[in-house]
Design a protein around this ligand. Structure first.
Ligand SMILES: [Zn+2]
Length: 309
């Protein structure tokens, strides 16, 4: 399902890897670990005027058109104030502002609240989490973001094509074939119904991926508990390796098709040379390979011409 090309250089051997059907590529250079920029303590700036803390979340955050927010356990879900998707919601996971460990119930409640919010939107749904500023979180208070769009993200669209191509060639679903290979590989981590493995062609540091036996978000409820357990297991793995910041994306197909995509959850650890600085690359840039831009290119042109006058 992927190719490895080894390149020997005077300063170590590196690998170019490419996933056959999606075309995604990465370079792996194990010797770069010697730079030791990936070990730093868990550090947070002091709390100040947080809109997601319990004293503010019910007053300053937007509501759905009927005036409500979705509350499941500790979690609170509401529309994103600055959306970059058709159905873009935020789910505050904990009451605690600076939680660094999470219970299974906290994650289950958050996944449940967020999926209830984006399910009615239809389209291609994703559930995403930037944890800590160095992973692109603009608010420290732990929160997820749910999106549902008529257009799939770049990564999802490549996997939809990969799934279709694999099925047309072999009459076997791509994800079933990947699961079988991963289960038998050195990359396998754990799980039976959700197979978790270190992804063969990682899109980020220590990418782990879980493939669910479902395709769409309306099938998700029965697997929320199992997914939450897997996510917690991977967070422990990341922490044992010395990193706290991470991005997570859970991607669904729009409908259930034999030649379609299976839902998959991907997590990458973010290395933190400056753990308290806020990165400008978050889940859209790192997990979906689709940058969110603020400046209209035409406005940049206009600005340039105005300045030159
Ligand atoms: Zn807070």
């Amino acid at each position: 399902m992927f190719s490895v090309t080894e390149v020997v250089t005077p300063r170590g051997t590196l690998q170019y890897r490419e996933e056959k059907y999606s075309g995604f590529r990465c370079r792996i250079s194990p010797d770069r670990r010697m730079r030791q920029i990936d070990q730093s303590p868990f550090a947070l700036p002091a709390v100040e005027n947080c809109p997601f803390c319990p004293d503010q979340v019910f007053t300053v955050t937007p509501t759905f058109p009927d005036g409500s927010r979705i509350i499941r356990g500790e979690s609170v879900t509401f529309p994103n104030l600055y959306p970059f998707g058709e159905g873009h919601v935020v789910t505050v996971i904990t009451r605690n502002h600076s939680a660094d460990v999470f219970s299974r119930k906290q994650l289950v409640d958050a996944f449940r609240g967020i999926s209830e919010a984006i399910l009615p939107v239809g389209g291609y749904s994703t559930i995403n989490w930037n944890f800590l500023p160095s992973a692109g979180a603009s608010v420290i208070h732990p929160h997820m973001q749910g999106l549902s769009d008529q257009m799939p993200t770049h990564v999802v669209s490549r996997y939809l094509s990969a799934s279709h191509e694999h099925y047309s060639r072999y009459g076997v679903n791509y994800w079933d074939a990947v699961k079988e290979k991963e289960k038998a590989s050195d990359r396998y981590l754990f799980g039976e119904e959700i197979i978790w493995s270190a992804h063969a062609v990682p899109l980020g540091e220590r990418e782990v991926r879980g493939i669910l036996p479902i395709a769409t978000i309306d099938e998700f409820d029965a697997y929320i508990d199992l997914l939450a357990r897997g996510v917690l297991e991977n967070l422990t793995l990341f922490r044992n390796l010395g990193t706290y910041a991470f991005n997570l994306s859970l991607c669904f197909d729009k409908s259930h098709n034999t030649d379609g995509m299976r839902a998959f959850c991907s997590m990458i650890s973010r290395i933190n040379p400056n753990p308290t600085s806020t990165s400008d690359s978050a889940f859209m840039e790192r997990m979906h390979l689709e940058p969110v831009i603020m400046t209209l290119p035409e406005d940049l042109g206009k600005f340039y011409r105005k300045e030159k006058r």
